[in-house]
Design a protein around this ligand. Structure first.
Ligand code: G6P
Length: 609
């Protein structure tokens, strides 16, 4: 996790580093820091606890200026969020910023102690700075020294190293954590994500696993793991990044919730024709893969996992294709058995989630028919490494709690469902009903957004609650999971989701007159079943909030509030019903005075295991 930017130029790069860090904050915002060679040739390091703005304020109080530097925004893994643990870490002339985890840092530290080094921080990174310094005393260029050190490290890294005795170069190394070089004219840059580099250049070179690069203002040399000089292609990026603008909204999360009808409409545009789904981006030669699949294995984390769970209900009930969904961190270590003609689908907003990427890489050694990434970031590792790709095209999502990524993932999954149904020669009505529902989906979501004032009012009931239970059945069970996740993430209220039928197998014991229970109960074939679950809660004095478009014969009765929602088509109900739950969490977090866009302890993109 964490974000890195480095720059070497003929001009002052301090503003470039700070702007880069601001753009990278979605990767972590516990603390940040930079190290810059100033105009007198002195290395100046500044670090601050908290968001990047604190570092910007600190820099504003100085006259710092320099043409080579490295910077970092941190999400703590080893060592609490504290200035002492913030990067860059320094050992004499060596400064380093690092993403990833050095797993053998303790044994390295023991050796360093014998050699007389003292670690000032609690991080796994500082040992690398000392090790480079120690190795440097044996001679060789910084590049050679780093190449000698890397085999001693176990774990993952994307790192950039500056030696203040050689202020004309930066050395970058990648293993398990992405790095991209930005090519300029008489200046070059390095970052953990292209969005940090886009204001300076669109000419990008992605480092590959095991690569080490030496970057000066006028040259870029790249070496593979074996030390051979290699050529990596330069690409011209067309990524649009609108992170800077919240528009008329108070928070990114609010903006992203309200963008949902528009981005879904945009995603569908040109793809629904004559009651059919067109997916030209899949390529007709790949259709055979989808036609032949007999099992789907979905792998994802967090909100993306919840989208996968919805898809499982869809794939199995509409086209009878068995589907398993795994949390990526479980999949990669549980030695999964590959079913006959199984196809792997990864879901990820960022395309950089370490566990999801690792699962994809693992799957390549297994007998899957192929892999498809459903992703929001075109330049991501997941997109570059998957056989097939469907972009969600949701636009930049900045709020840590995913909203529009979830609904666009579901939209793409429904389109895929229709496509597979067609390819497998199933009844045309299936495809038609999906196309019909998708056509009106943006309108349906707009109707859900009109419930905002209702959610503002409802939020007041929750601000003093410590626990909330979410219940759903069928494809609404994952919506209960996603509703609970949203609430946890930004309001810090403990929330759990249960398949409503499981209530009597444990959670019923939690029900008392202080326990709010949110029930997702759209008017569908499971309505009567869920009504029975509602009665089970009522009989025990629970406090019910029923989200429904069904008639309950009453609006509100004692201890049961009916949240009447507009009609939606059965198949798209999960996509529409998450919207009021997103709004509810948003308003509860606001009332509690929480940082909605950057909730404590979390990061938008989890690039460490
Ligand atoms: C983090 C984010 C979540 C996200 C999850 C998976 O935990 O805070 O919002 O759902 O990672 O991320 P991905 O980018 O793979 O969808």
């Amino acid at each position: 996790m964490c974000g890195i930017i480095g720059a070497i130029s003929y001009r002052n790069i301090v503003g470039i580093l700070l702007d880069g860090l601001r753009r990278l904050q979605y990767r972590g915002y516990d603390s940040s820091g930079l190290a810059v060679m100033d105009l007198t040739g002195e290395l100046i390091r500044l670090r601050r606890l908290g968001g990047v703005q604190n570092l910007i304020n600190a820099v504003e109080n100085t006259v710092l200026s320099g043409s080579i530097g490295i910077a970092h925004t941190r999400w703590a893994t080893h060592g609490k969020p504290a200035e002492i643990n913030a990067h860059p870490h320094i050992s004499f002339d060596i400064s380093i910023v690092h993403n990833g985890i050095i797993e053998n840092y303790q044994s390295i530290y023991r050796q360093l102690k014998v050699w007389g080094y003292t670690c000032l921080s609690e991080t796994d990174t500082e040992v690398v700075a000392h090790l480079v310094h120690w190795e440097g005393q044996k001679g060789g260029s910084l590049l050679e020294v780093v190449q000698r050190v890397l085999p001693c490290l176990r774990g993952t890294y994307g790192m950039v190293i500056l030696d203040s005795r050689m202020p004309d170069r930066l050395i970058a190394a990648r293993s398990g954590s992405p790095l991209v070089i930005g090519c300029g004219i008489d200046e070059n840059f390095i970052g953990s994500d292209p969005i940090a580099l886009l204001p300076m250049t669109r000419r990008l070179i992605y480092l590959e696993e095991g690569d080490v690069a030496q970057i000066t203002s006028s040259s870029i040399m790249i070496f593979d793991r074996s030390g051979n000089s290699v050529h990596r292609c330069e690409i011209t990026s067309n990524i649009q990044h609108d992170a800077g603008n919240k528009g008329a909204y108070n928070h990114y999360m609010q903006k992203e919730i309200y963008e949902q009808p528009r981005v879904i409409k945009k995603r569908l545009k040109g793809h629904l024709r004559n009651n059919k789904i067109n997916f030209p981006e899949l390529g007709s030669e790949n259709e055979i893969l989808l036609k032949n699949l007999q099992h789907i294995q979905i792998v994802a984390c967090g909100t993306s996992y919840n989208a996968g769970m919805v898809a499982k209900y869809w794939f199995e009930s509409f086209i009878q294709v068995p589907c398993d969904v795994d949390i990526a961190s479980e999949f990669r270590y549980r030695q999964p058995v590959v079913r006959h003609n199984s196809f792997l689908i990864t879901l990820s907003q960022s395309g950089e989630t370490a566990d999801t990427l690792a699962a994809l890489r693992l799957s390549k050694k297994m007998s899957y028919l192929g892999s498809l990434a459903i992703c929001n970031v075109p330049s991501s590792s997941l997109v570059r490494e998957s056989d097939l790709v469907l972009m969600t095209q949701a636009g930049s999502e900045i709020g840590v709690a995913s909203t529009k990524s979830f609904t666009t993932q579901l939209t793409v999954l429904l389109m895929l469902l229709a496509k597979i149904s067609y390819l497998k020669g199933m009844k045309p009505e299936i495809e038609k009903s999906i196309v019909d529902a998708l056509k009106v989906l943006p309108y349906r979501i707009n109707q859900m957004l009109l419930q905002n004032e209702l959610m503002v009012d409802l939020a007041k009931d929750f601000i003093h609650k410590e626990n909330v239970l979410f219940l759903g059945r069928g494809a609404q069970y994952p919506i209960a999971m996603e509703g609970a996740l949203k609430l946890k993430e930004i309001s810090y209220i403990h929330a759990e989701a249960y398949a409503a039928g499981e209530l009597k197998h444990g959670p019923l014991a939690l029900i008392d007159n202080n326990m709010p229970v949110i029930v997702i109960a759209p008017d569908n074939k499971l309505l009567e079943k869920i009504k029975s679950n509602i009665e089970e809660v009522r009989a025990r004095g629970g406090l019910l909030y029923v989200f429904t478009n069904a008639q309950f014969g009453c609006s509100n009765i004692e201890r049961m509030r009916i949240i009447s929602l507009p009609y939606v088509e059965d198949i798209t109900t999960p996509i529409s019903y998450i919207v009021p739950l997103q709004l509810l969490s948003y308003h509860i977090a606001l009332l509690k005075g929480n940082n909605v866009d950057q909730p404590r302890n979390l990061a938008k993109s989890v690039t460490v295991e």
